[in-house]
Design a protein around this ligand. Structure first.
Ligand SMILES: [Zn+2]
Length: 643
């Protein structure tokens, strides 16, 4: 048995593919007759998923998937062909007809009609059933009271489809059986549980929020405890994992919020169903909540697709838009914010925190101070890092020098753990402002903290662990610390030392020897460089064989860094031809010099900014700054391939 070909064609022609796709992906124009967005079938940061409404086709240039509107629905909702056609037909209000393999019309339902469709259908019936009970049954008074006490009128309850599950334990079961649902379907839907004495209603005597998928179909429920004699203690009970309900992938309110999320390029993540309601009623239409689980990777993926991409995409191809998390207290918010330092921080530049005063959630806030207070809460959001760092400073007395120093000691490691190297110096400067301290010592403290917190772990490559693999018992020494392998400065320094040791005759001698004793930032690198200087610098190397040169440096180096000297002297240098080696060696040393000069430029720049033109020393500092800047320009011009 199959769907009549005419019906399939009708559905394919009449369904507007851009509308169907837009329920899952934010689309924007990509030229005449074409739209694009982030592909729902693979993880990507810039859009390669294209839709051509006029021809009714879609294609992803990232993963190669493509097809028509039916195949899109099949794939995105994990449906079979017939189910997808049925679903699209239902949207169009079109009845599909079935025929047998010989093309003879058949009556009645297709056997084995898609399970998903049946489970969704069961939920549709259940929502109606529960809604009627909230309005009409005497038992539901507790539920109605719960809502009124939280400032939700009848219209609000209806808008969100809130219902009440009768206390009897079999009411829904009887209702669904009467509609032709089988026992297996009821259990598979999660609406019923199977006990020793047969089936029973999963939700009994509870207030119910229907949880919808992005397309607006109810796939599960969240249930609030109302009665003291409820045998299930949990305040909230959710639908268990089913074929259509995956808690890591559902967001309460997403069906109502998706348009506003795409339009405002913002999503507000609140903690509960009543918070979503309060936000939407207050005009924050971008609010969603997770359902009985933390906001995780799957949620991020869904939200990113809804936010779409941004033409003003920054470096690293990060998508635009903001994700605002609300918390009902500093402690909760801080704990969550601090956790972000542990994560991969990919999403962090767009993450904001909003904490209501007096430890209130959006629902309580709306009751106490009205809709405007909810809007204000979201408007007052702070960038995640700012919130985390600032709130950690509140425990210190910043009016005393001791308090400021203690606060700096506490906060510097936090700033150092910001992975985005463009963001880190910015936060070091802001931290100085929050503490009321000079910029330089704060920047220095952050840098030190960065070196000492370079975490061991999978990110640390073997070759960077060399100093730590030295003699034991000295691990506290700064010299023993392995630099963070992700730190570009540490990488350049390491490469420069490799060149100085292995290619002493190719590095630009003058530049190499003009590097001061502080030119290398990583303590272990600095120690090796000082050994190079102690031997007489690259000038001295000219008269020595490579072997003798390395031996001399090795001998001058402190005991703990000698293993590092050996390692640097044997590690492969990434160039194959003699000419390429010379260019590489030259570039890498010039880059260390450039970093060194940039450091001086930064220091001089902030000094000049703080001084008034009339202050003593202004003119000298200004002249020094110009000289340093021109030296930096000259170095940059000499580095090949740089612009
Ligand atoms: Zn794709």
């Amino acid at each position: 048995m199959r769907i009549r070909r005419e019906d399939v064609e009708y559905v394919r022609e009449r369904s507007r593919i851009e509308e169907i796709v837009a329920e899952h992906v934010s689309l924007r124009s990509a030229g005449v007759g074409s739209m694009k967005g982030l592909c729902p079938f693979h993880d990507e940061k810039s859009p390669s998923f294209h839709v051509r409404p006029q021809v009714g086709m879609w294609h992803c240039f990232g993963c190669g998937e493509g097809g028509d509107v039916i195949s899109f629905v099949q794939k995105v909702d994990h449906l079979g062909f017939a189910e997808a056609v049925e679903r699209l037909a239902a949207r169009l209000g079109h009845e599909v007809h079935y025929e047998d393999d010989d093309g003879r019309a058949t009556t009645g339902r297709r056997e084995g009609m898609g399970q998903r469709q049946r489970l969704v259908e069961a939920h549709r019936v259940a929502v109606q059933f529960y809604v009627e009970h909230l309005a009409g049954s005497a038992d539901a008074l507790a539920g109605r009271t719960f809502l009124t006490e939280r400032g939700f009128e009848r219209e609000a309850a209806e808008h969100f489809g809130i219902g009440f599950a009768p206390r009897s334990g079999e009411a829904l079961l009887r209702h669904l059986r009467g509609r032709g649902f089988t026992e297996d379907e009821l259990v598979a839907s999660g609406l019923a549980g199977r006990g020793q004495r047969g089936l029973y209603d999963r939700f009994r005597g509870r207030l119910l929020w229907p949880i919808r998928d992005v397309a607006g179909e109810v796939v599960g429920f969240g249930a609030r405890r109302l009665f003291d004699d409820d045998r299930i203690e949990a305040k909230y009970l959710n639908t268990p994992e089913t074929a259509i309900y995956k808690k890591s992938q559902v967001l309460y309110g997403v069906d109502l919020a998706k348009k506003a999320i795409a339009r405002d390029r913002q999503v507000v993540v609140v903690e509960g169903y009543t918070d979503v309601m309060a936000c939407h009623l207050a005009g924050v239409a971008t609010a969603v909540a997770t359902c009985g689980t933390a906001f995780g990777a799957d949620h991020i993926r869904i939200v990113r697709r809804l936010l779409g991409d941004d033409r003003s995409v920054g470096q690293g191809g990060q998508i635009g838009g903001q994700v605002v998390f609300t918390f009902d207290g500093d402690a909760a918010g801080q704990k969550a914010a601090l956790r972000a330092f542990e994560d991969d921080q990919r999403f962090v530049a767009q993450t904001y925190i909003a904490v209501a005063a007096e430890g209130m959630d959006p629902c309580e806030l709306r009751q106490a101070h009205g809709d405007e207070a909810v809007r204000e809460l979201i408007a007052r959001r702070e960038p995640l890092f700012e919130f985390a760092i600032r709130s950690s400073l509140t425990q210190f007395d910043l009016d005393s020098a001791e308090g400021r120093v203690a606060a700096l000691r506490h906060a510097a490691p936090l700033v150092a753990r910001i992975r985005d190297t463009a963001l880190r110096p910015e936060y070091a400067r802001r931290l100085a402002g929050w503490l009321g301290m000079e910029v330089e010592p704060v920047v220095a403290a952050v840098r030190r903290a960065g070196r000492s917190t370079a975490e061991p772990g999978p990110m640390r490559r073997r070759d960077d662990s060399a100093p730590a693999a030295g003699p034991s018992g000295l691990s506290g020494l700064a010299l023993m610390r392995a630099p963070d392998p992700r730190d570009p400065v540490a990488r350049v320094e390491r490469a420069a030392l490799q060149c100085m040791l292995q290619l002493p005759h190719q590095v630009p001698v003058e530049e190499a020897d003009s590097l001061g004793e502080n030119a290398f930032e990583v303590p272990a690198h600095r120690a090796v460089h000082n050994a190079v200087r102690a031997v007489g610098g690259l000038r001295a190397a000219a008269a020595l064989s490579r072997q003798a040169w390395v031996d001399a440096v090795h001998e001058q180096a402190p005991e703990v860094v000698r293993p590092l000297v050996t390692q640097l002297a044997v590690e492969p240098v990434p160039a194959t031809t003699e000419e390429a080696l010379s260019r590489y060696a030259s570039d890498i040393v010039l880059r260390v010099a450039e970093v060194d000069v940039s450091r001086a430029v930064g220091t001089l720049h902030s000094r000049v900014q703080r001084l008034q033109p009339t202050d003593p020393g202004y003119a000298e500092s200004f002249a020094e700054l110009l000289a340093a800047e021109s030296r930096r320009r000259a170095l940059r011009e000499r580095i090949s391939g740089s612009s």
